[in-house]
Write a protein that binds this ligand. Sequence first.
Ligand code: DP6
Length: 329
Amino acid sequence: MKGSSGEARAEAFANIALAKYWGKADVPLNLPAVPSISITLDPLRTETHVRFDPDLERDGFELDQVSAEEGERRRVEALLDQVRAEAGMTERARVVSRNHFPTAAGLASSASGFAALAAAARAAAGLDWDTKRISSLARQASASAARSVFGGFVELPAGEPGDADLAARPLFAEQHWDLCVVVAVTAEARKPVGSTRGMNHTRNTSPYYRPWVDAAPALAERVRAGVAHRDLPSLGAAMEQSTLAMHACAMAADPGILYWQPATLSAIHALRAAREQDGLQAWLTVDAGPHVKALCAESDVDHVKTLLDGTEGVLRTLVCRPGSGVKLV
Ligand code: DP6
């Protein structure tokens, strides 16, 4: 069954993990080895258009007006293959995606991209799926994308072996808590080691991988409780520990993976010093890249932004707030 038009457009926001996902329980099914919890981030938005076309010989994928490299195209094709199999279709598709991030923010996100793609592809194929199924489809392409299907505060549980339907679930809507995330952009270049490769290499070679997997559920539980009670200091402490544990685990791989740049460390120290000396209520997190994200209350945004803007090596900052889930546009 195919939708009458065979095309659809969807948009989704990126997200930042408060409790980190790092490592897979099942590589072919792309199941995370640990639970993760995120905030969906407005305004980091990706818009994706999918059009199935009987005249196409293969799937095409264009991102920000540039044809994607073969590896990226194949990831898109793999997601489309699943949609085609479910819908009983054979048509190839043209996928056009745009990141509506501030120019050259260096924050390109597979999470918003695959969430928008999953939603647009299922609609273009005329499949009547709920958000849980869309999240599961997005998860198979990129696990963090499963979380961007939902707005606000979102959890992706760890996968049980063979659980092909694993999906993220919303914990609290975006109105639950008016938290802010100040993103400190520290580099323009693409990260040298992608998340998928980085976490598989960590699993295969880091002596700290098992301890990380063992520790992560308790960290996620502390993050979940902090979000539920709107308790920023306890959420912040658990988030920082999750971040540092994930990076320590990756750094201990062989050879070690080091996503941080000098500016990453400068921003971390600036934020921690302001917290310890001036009582600034802000906590940090860093994904598989060099940028630092600071979590704070609305009332502290100006202070945090000024601090990070004045930190050596920080190129610019960007203020995000809890965003909504994926939608057709
Ligand atoms: C550090 O979701 O990009 O951002 O499932 O292999 O595509 P794949 O990985 P991805 O990894 C995200 C890792 C992280 C932490 C997080 O978002 O939870």
